[in-house]
Design a protein around this ligand. Structure first.
Ligand code: PRT
Ligand code: ZN
Length: 283
């Protein structure tokens, strides 16, 4: 069987989460900081540790079958790859930002202005769509200092907390694209059996992350009210308690509306609510 290769970031913001995801998929490998390739002992896979900028092209050219990289890098390198799975980490937003005292008020005010960025391709397409002609200044890093140095009127850079913008006297002005880490594959790789197996494992880990396992007790008289609030993988399990007239309900609920759901359950008569993390959900 052909050994697959997956390219992940060697060091940086996506490295730790990428390694954690692959380990949670049950893959055994050493996360050597010094080596470029690490074999997986219990799956026909090798892990390539690369700079994130190189990952899309490695995957496009088939040197790696799969890759984990930010959507921003994929779009900027304009490669032809298959988007296999959004991974929910490395979330950020590519934004145009201006100085706090800027006279730029509307997008059209960018006409004829200069914008510094490390994302000239994505920014160029965005401006073209808006029919704005601005001077895109491509620089290789520390974009946020360029308005202060008089190098540009605005910047276009990734933002997560907004702290970097703030500490450089800048404010967000327009959203260009949202980004997160994505599993990409060479064209056609999605038909490979081992890629499908790996994707299923990744999806079961992601589903588990999005949900919590909940066990609660409720008096039978209140059971229908409680069940009305609950989904489940199929439907909730209801088990009798030793105490007459009471049952335990086991189910999974989505992380995103967790606290709302818990308070509704309490109001509906749920007691002794125990919430547990889930490792994997295999459908
Ligand atoms: O060495 P290598 O080339 O592999 O790494 P890199 O230095 O190019 O990338 P790295 O590790 O900084 O980021 C990898 C990926 O993480 C990016 O391509 C994005 O997809 C994602 N990501 C998520 C971010 C951020 N959040 C982020 N905040 N990448 C960069 N930033 C930077 C941003 O450029 C700015 O300088 O963080 C600063 C802003 O952060 P806040 O929190 O102050 O808003
Ligand atoms: Zn990079």
């Amino acid at each position: 069987m052909k050994t697959l290769k997956i390219a992940i970031q060697k060091s940086g913001r996506l490295n730790e989460k990428s390694v954690e995801l692959l380990k949670n998929c049950g893959l055994n490998f050493e996360n050597y900081k010094s080596s470029l390739i690490s074999p997986v002992s219990n799956f026909p896979l090798e892990i390539l540790f690369l700079r994130d900028d190189d990952i899309p092209e490695y995957v496009q050219d088939g040197i790696a079958d799969l890759g984990i990289v930010g959507e921003n890098v994929i779009e900027e390198t304009e490669v032809t790859v298959s988007y296999l799975q959004r991974l929910g980490f490395g979330k950020c937003s590519l934004k145009i930002a201006i100085t706090n005292n800027s006279d730029i008020k509307e997008l059209t005010d960018l006409e004829g202005r200069s914008i510094a960025t490390t994302y000239p391709v994505i920014l160029g397409k965005f401006l073209q769509k808006q029919n704005i002609h601005a001077d895109i200044r491509t620089i290789s890093g520390s974009v946020e200092i360029s308005p202060g140095l008089g190098l540009s009127d605005a910047i276009c850079d990734l933002v997560s907390t907004g702290g970097t913008l703030k500490s450089n006297g800048l404010k967000p002005f327009a959203d260009v694209m949202a980004s997160e880490a994505i599993l990409i594959g060479s064209k056609g790789s999605e038909h490979n059996e081992m890629v499908q197996e790996l994707m299923q494992r990744i999806q079961s880990v992601l589903r588990a992350k999005e949900t919590k396992y909940v066990v609660l007790n409720v008096e039978k008289a209140n059971l229908s009210n409680v069940l009305a609030l609950l989904p489940g993988v199929k439907s909730p399990s209801v088990l009798p308690l030793a105490e007459e007239g009471w049952v335990a309900v086991h189910t999974v609920i989505p992380e995103r509306d967790f606290w709302d759901r818990i308070s509704q359950l309490k109001q509906a008569g749920a007691q002794g609510i125990v919430v547990m993390p889930i490792e994997k959900i295999i459908l």
